[in-house]
Design a protein around this ligand. Structure first.
Ligand code: SF4
Length: 198
């Protein structure tokens, strides 16, 4: 039985199209086969990076990603207007809700409005039993891990725990819960049988 069996049913019940892949590279190749001649925006995501989708899609699409270009704000703005948006989340509940924390807001904004389609790429390490567990994972695991990765001066970098800090270098300014695809913006969830991202 696939680790994703229950969550796949839950996501389909919530009107997402769901695909399963053994590796991030396979998910990247799938995206390459689905998206052509489009403007593509990408949110900050180690999972999307691992998929190789950026390099594949850039050959036949206009792709904007602030992780790949120097003018990060221009890329974030261009991504907001893209036809297609690629992202991941910090936690996926088996009941189908997806939770994300964001500092700048471009990534959660990309999930909410402005595109013809959104793709979510999610590895096994993001999967938790309930929405409550997803909220905890996003705050207690995803936030501190990302702050550490960015070498921020925040208390979570010292002890690995979230303190709901007031640090000027705080990275957790908003939290988004996707319950269903937003109106008029169909979404696919690509479930990948690997640990990916944080
Ligand atoms: S709120 Fe502050 S302490 Fe908590 S994870 Fe975010 S940056 Fe770290």
């Amino acid at each position: 039985m696939s680790v994703f069996e229950n969550v796949k049913k839950a996501l389909e019940g919530r009107k997402y199209v769901v695909k399963e892949f053994a590796t991030a590279e396979e998910a990247g190749k799938y995206l390459d086969s689905q998206i052509d001649g489009a403007v593509v925006g990408i949110g900050g995501s180690a999972t999307v990076l691992a998929s190789g989708a950026y390099d594949l899609l850039a050959k036949h699409n206009e792709v904007h990603w602030h992780w790949k270009n120097e003018d990060q704000n221009a890329e974030r703005k261009a991504s907001a207007l893209a036809d297609v948006y690629l992202t991941s989340v910090q936690a996926l509940a088996e009941t189908g809700e997806m939770v994300s924390i964001d500092g700048t807001g471009n990534r959660v904004a990309g999930m909410l409005y402005g595109h013809k389609k959104v793709y979510y790429l999610v590895g096994t390490n993001k999967l938790v039993p309930t929405l409550q567990d997803a909220l905890v994972r996003a705050r207690e695991v995803g936030g501190p891990a990302r702050a550490k990765q960015l070498n921020r001066k925040t208390p979570c970098v010292v002890d690995g725990k979230c303190h709901d800090c007031r640090s000027p270098e705080r990275i957790c300014n908003g939290m988004n819960i996707m319950l269903m695809p937003m109106g008029g913006m169909p979404a696919e969830v690509l479930l990948i049988d690997q640990e990916l991202g944080i």
